[in-house]
Design a protein around this ligand. Structure first.
Ligand code: KG4
Length: 339
């Protein structure tokens, strides 16, 4: 049987990435991150789009070389169609279309969120295990906090989602209050390892059903710091690790509370996590422990597949290619897209 070789292209935010998957096995995954945004404390869409234009050709070239293939070996081009920053998405979309047209091979559009969910199906070597359907995914990133019932590679049901901030935003905004650089999530993670998670208490959300809310926690954190600074100018410096550990604990408890309810409601036997925040040490440990104590299988992604990457786009594209679901060449990207 002829090999199925998929090139995945990801450009939804501030990472330009290309990956090659052959018969479901990952051959390469190249990511060019953009440091240009650091001094602005967040992603600047126009700068992101320009950086993608500079990066896309060398990144794709490097992904093909590292995979040890040429473009003539490709079966299809998969690309992220949304959600994301429109200017950024346009670069990947246009490039993918050009390549598909030039090579005369199918174009496959991928929902970025499907990519995160399906990242557990990226196999780096023969024998790597993958989840069995159905299972539950806690998708937590800078833009999303969702509980998703994954019934198959193309049938996913959102059981709950944030009604305001995403978990990543809660990490980043609280980090900003403490004067930490953007994105603050990884800094809080590092600091939390040395702090006391019970040093400070923050208000918890009371939202019905399986939805999340993180805006109250953010405000509660802000007030704690503001009041602390009134008592002592060095409040943040004196309590940095304890503040980080306490806010991380509050975010994790909120996430786990609804995850537990979702497991009860669905009766699934496995729980997966995905998205940038799933790189957090505390989140990973909490989900592992939760699953171990209930006899559930935990799917914790390698850290390199938690943030934006093209390997997840390629695997999601591979599933669509197997189903024969292609994308027309006049397809436009979507800034907003549901799972
Ligand atoms: O999935 P992602 O790379 O981008 C999107 O938002 O789509 O997620 C980025 C988010 C940021 O909010 C970042 O602070 C957070 O993931 N993050 C973390 C950690 N690593 C990344 N949050 C907490 N702990 C971490 N170790």
């Amino acid at each position: 049987m002829k090999d199925i070789v998929i090139l995945g292209i990801e450009s939804s935010c501030d990472d330009t990435s290309a990956a090659v998957i052959r018969n479901g096995l990952l051959l390469s995954n190249v990511i060019a991150s953009q440091s240009v945004h650091e001094e602005f404390g967040g992603v600047v869409p126009e700068l992101a789009s320009r950086a993608h234009q500079q990066n896309i050709v060398p990144v794709v070239d490097s992904a093909l070389k590292r995979a040890g293939i040429t473009k003539g070996d490709l079966s299809a081009i998969a690309f992220t169609r949304g959600p994301g920053l429109l200017g950024s998405l346009l670069v990947g979309t246009s490039f993918a279309k050009g390549m598909s047209l030039g090579l005369g091979i199918p174009l496959v559009d991928v929902n970025h969120l499907h990519g995160h969910v399906l990242s557990h199906f990226i196999r780096e070597q023969e024998g790597d295990e993958v989840p069995e359907f159905p299972y539950l995914t806690l998708l937590i990133s800078g833009g999303n906090s969702q509980l998703i019932l994954v019934k198959s590679s193309d049938d996913m049901e959102i059981l709950g989602r944030t009604i305001d901030d995403a978990a990543g935003e809660a990490f980043d905004k609280c980090a900003k209050v403490m004067g930490l650089p953007y994105p603050g999530g990884p800094h809080i993670d590092r600091l939390a390892a040395e702090g006391n998670p019970k040093a400070f208490k923050f208000s918890k959300p009371h939202i019905a059903g399986l939805d999340y809310s993180f805006s109250g926690l953010k405000t509660s954190f802000l007030y704690t710091v503001r009041d602390g600074l009134k008592q002592s100018e060095s409040f943040i410096d004196d309590n940095r690790a304890d503040l980080a550990a306490s806010v991380q604990r509050a975010i994790i408890e909120t996430l786990m509370h609804k995850l537990e309810a979702a497991v009860k409601q669905t009766g699934v036997k496995a729980v997966a996590i995905g998205g940038g925040v799933s790189a957090n040490s505390g989140v990973r440990a909490a989900v592992e422990e939760f699953c171990a104590s209930r006899g559930l299988r935990a799917w914790i992604p390698p850290r390199k597949f938690t943030t934006d990457n093209a390997a997840m786009v390629a695997i999601a594209g591979y599933f669509k290619f197997l189903r024969g679901v292609y994308c027309p060449l006049d397809a436009a990207p979507f800034a907003r897209l549901e799972i």
